[in-house]
Design a protein around this ligand. Structure first.
Ligand code: ADP
Ligand code: MG
Length: 331
């Protein structure tokens, strides 16, 4: 929807300019889409009709349910202004694939809502490559979107996936006695962000190229009772499982992974990043103690257990410990 509803459709190409600008030299919306998004799109077997018509059409396997989500990234808020267009594109898709993974879904397509200040061809070409690279990596297709001019660079991705009927893994299924598992690492993106903000040269890959746990999420169908991805901090996101399942948890800090990046930090700083730092996109799930976990490239570790007492209790060396657990707040 790039025009307001009372603007009649004409055959004049719409340029990436505001309606009051004269769009003489600007790259038209249609050639932009054709050049940077349509050409680079990987075909998916579910796609009947991709970019180019009013809507895309998908043919879903019988017995499957559609799983959909949307995440919006805004410059200066969800990524630093000097982030490369390739990384911005990659991360925008990755965070959505992470949400699909947390439901145990198999992703197949994305839609891209792109609002940008100008149609800079160099920027668009790198951004398009970022979209293309992650689509290829996870076998998904860019099947549509919308392109508009806006002063604030904003990327809004809708991701689509499927699960066999009734098999989506929700936040509300945790049961007392379940073991809590962490698939992936936590705290690394938060450490990188802190270092960037202080002007320290550091490895930004955790922050700019998060790895959604797509294979692990699907492998946990029929095994995990509940699951969530860690976007806003381990404590806060595990808290969503607890409140939606009506249970509590004991979390053992000794068990949290000790990535070399965290070694120079004091224990308090490390816990602060691991419990409250967002943007790592690990999976947290609960499963019965006796469950056989899938073989996974992603390290999976047991970090706690689900208990009847409401709330999150932290333990270190078997003693309760009180730490601030405040994750990312959007407002
Ligand atoms: P309409 O005016 O009917 O909404 P548009 O002119 O906005 O259609 O878009 C034309 C086609 O290009 C559609 O298939 C749409 O999904 C696709 N499209 C527009 N912007 C993007 C984008 N940023 N990424 C991918 N596809 C896009
Ligand atoms: Mg449109």
């Amino acid at each position: 929807m790039s025009n307001s509803s009372n603007t009649p459709k004409t055959s004049t190409p719409k340029a990436i300019t505001s309606k009051t600008d004269t769009p003489k030299t600007a790259l038209s919306e249609f050639s932009l889409i054709e050049r940077y998004f349509k050409q680079s799109s990987t075909r998916h077997t579910h796609t009947v009709l991709g970019i180019g018509d009013d809507c895309a059409v998908s043919d879903l396997p019988s017995g499957s349910e559609l799983v959909s989500c949307m995440d919006t990234l805004i410059i200066g808020r969800h990524f630093l202004p000097d982030t490369s267009p390739h990384a911005i594109a990659y991360k925008s898709v990755a965070v959505n694939l992470s949400d699909l993974s947390a439901m145990g879904a198999t992703p197949y397509a994305i839609l891209l809502g792109l609002s940008l200040p100008s149609a800079d061809e160099c920027w668009l070409s790198q951004f398009g490559r970022g979209i293309h690279d992650i689509c290829r990596e996870f076998n998904i297709e860019l099947i549509g979107g919308d392109t508009t001019k806006s002063e604030l660079l904003t990327i809004s991705i809708t991701a689509l996936g499927t699960v066999p009927k009734g098999r989506a893994i929700t936040r509300s299924g945790a049961k007392i006695g379940d073991t809590i598992y962490l698939g992936g690492d936590v705290g690394l993106a938060s450490v990188a962000l802190g270092q960037c903000r202080q002007g320290i040269d550091c490895d930004k890959s955790a922050m700019n190229y998060p790895k959604p746990q797509v294979a692990l999420g699907q492998a946990l169908r029929g095994i995990a009772h509940s699951m969530i991805d860690v976007s806003d901090g381990l404590a806060q996101d595990l808290g969503h499982i607890l409140s939606q399942s009506g249970v509590g948890a004991k979390l053992y800090l000794d068990t949290l992974p000790k990535h070399p990046t965290l070694t120079p930090l004091s224990q308090q700083q490390r816990w602060q990043h691991q419990l409250n730092g967002g943007d790592d996109y690990a999976l947290v799930f609960t499963a019965p103690k006796t469950a056989v976990l899938p073989i996974s490239d992603t390290p999976i570790i047991a970090i706690g257990e689900i208990v009847a007492t409401q709330g999150l209790q932290l333990f270190y060396q078997n003693s309760p410990i009180d730490l601030p657990t405040q994750g990312w707040q959007h407002f």
